[in-house]
Design a protein around this ligand. Structure first.
Ligand code: GJV
Length: 422
């Protein structure tokens, strides 16, 4: 990748202050510490800017910086690191609810959990955290006989949810609370905490934090968490069509050599994850591997700041290693002997869900043969400022090659958490 950018001297650089420490990966990213003052020369994409610190230039993640003038400072401090207005605003419209409800694998998994545990739910108190239109609460009321379901929803959808509960004759059992789960007061603890909190690459949105807070505050000793555990899965893969569309394109458009744009294309398209990607099983170069597992009973909020995993893949067929694809699986323990646990698997070997999968492109494709090994590590680093975001960093090597510099890739979340659903 290029380290010099032409034309940047034409505009005067702007000064920004680092909001938190950042360790750059590769030779083209800068490392900096909280409080450092950086000069931003150009903003080639909304996530990565070309900046300078102590006369060294490199790319920096835009979300780690704030403008250094006094007035801007005030603006930023007024902003909510959880972006709740935007977040709950988007869940106040039908678009996302329609998408979630139309996702049969997702909705049926929850229905199955309630149905196959209906005997155990009898006379139990349930909390449905982030109930949206109330579908899970209604499943509880209609397929089992809980004594009460607290359906907690912070967005304005809660008004409609109340109507839906009434319309379906469940107002005796389902109590809709319009509030952030962090702020509710209940007369009692609950026996079961059910929630559909999973985001892209499992954690984006970090709704899981609300679930953990509610667990610690409102779940009775020995109570049940659904999902009970969740895992993030990774696989090295080919992505020929995406690579051709965004990168190979510049080789000879209309018979012209546009390759000087490739470093820019790399920066613009490959430094952030591609959400809503569907990887073909045939493009998976090896069997997938769970890199991170979360136990919903023991997971702590502080554990979310940095989550590390490792992987070792054996390439099963010759191909081109373009990147890594991630997805998640959620497990719902069974309370009843004889009924198997329910699993919601959003991977390529199952029916596609609205989450689809997430693709992380390498800077350069690597040809691989059957028997090659791809090993390394993954780190999910929660954004210290924007609490619904995270950076995913992948380190890997092929066949343990130590003579070459280690490969590293940091991907920053897109600026709008609900962008993936567009
Ligand atoms: N309190 C109440 N409702 C919430 C909260 C919270 N802390 N966080 C999210 N919601 N799987 N990533 C609601 C949100 O308004 C929306 O209706 C639903 O939970 C999100 C569920 C799907 N998102 C996800």
């Amino acid at each position: 990748m290029q380290t010099e950018k032409e034309g940047e001297d034409d505009v005067s650089p702007e000064e920004y202050v680092a909001l938190s420490d950042f360790t750059g990966s590769g030779s083209d990213q800068l490392s900096f510490s909280r409080g450092d003052r950086l000069l931003v020369h150009t903003k080639p994409s909304s996530e990565w800017w070309w900046a300078e610190l102590q006369e060294v230039k490199g790319y920096v993640p835009a979300s780690y910086l704030r403008k250094s003038t006094a007035e801007e400072e005030e603006d930023v401090s007024l902003e909510d690191p959880w972006q709740d207005e935007e977040y709950f605003g988007s869940y106040g419209t039908l678009r996302l609810h329609l998408e979630m409800l139309s996702d049969k694998s997702r909705t049926e998994a929850y229905r199955q959990v309630i149905l196959s545990n209906s005997a155990s739910l009898k006379n139990k108190v349930v909390m449905d955290l982030g109930c949206g239109t109330g579908i899970i609460s209604l499943f509880c009321a209609q397929l089992a006989q809980p004594s009460l379901v607290y359906a907690v929803e912070a967005s304005s959808m809660a008004d409609y949810t109340r109507q839906l509960v009434k319309q379906n004759g469940s107002e005796e059992v389902v109590s809709v609370l319009q509030a952030r789960a962090e702020e509710i007061e209940l007369p009692e603890r609950v026996d079961v905490l059910v929630s559909e909190w999973m985001g892209n690459s499992l954690l984006f949105e970090f709704m899981v934090e609300s679930v953990l807070l509610a667990r610690d505050r409102w779940l009775r000793e020995g109570g049940v968490m659904w999902p009970s555990s969740a895992a993030l899965t990774l696989v090295p893969c080919q992505a020929h069509s995406y690579y051709d569309e965004k990168m190979a394109f510049w080789e000879r458009p209309y018979g012209l050599d546009f390759t000087p744009l490739q470093p820019l294309a790399q920066q613009e398209f490959f430094t952030k994850p591609k959400f809503s990607h569907l990887v073909e099983p045939a493009d998976c170069l090896s069997s997938p591997c769970d890199v991170i597992s979360l136990d919903m009973y023991t997971l702590q909020i502080k554990d979310l700041e940095e989550i590390k995993g490792q992987f070792q893949f054996c390439v099963e067929k010759p191909g081109v290693f373009h990147g890594f694809t991630t997805w998640f699986t959620a497990h719902f323990e069974s309370l009843e002997t004889g009924s198997p646990p329910v699993e919601l698997n959003t991977g390529p070997h199952f029916k596609p869900t609205h989450w689809k999968q997430t693709l992380f492109m390498l800077d350069n494709p690597v040809s691989v043969c059957a028997g090659d090994s791809i090993s390394g590590s993954i780190v999910l680093h929660r954004n210290p400022v924007w609490r619904r975001h995270m950076t995913i960093t992948l380190h890997w090597n092929v066949n343990g090659s130590t003579e070459e510099t280690e490969n590293c890739k940091a991907n920053i979340s897109s600026t709008l958490f609900f962008l993936p659903y567009n």
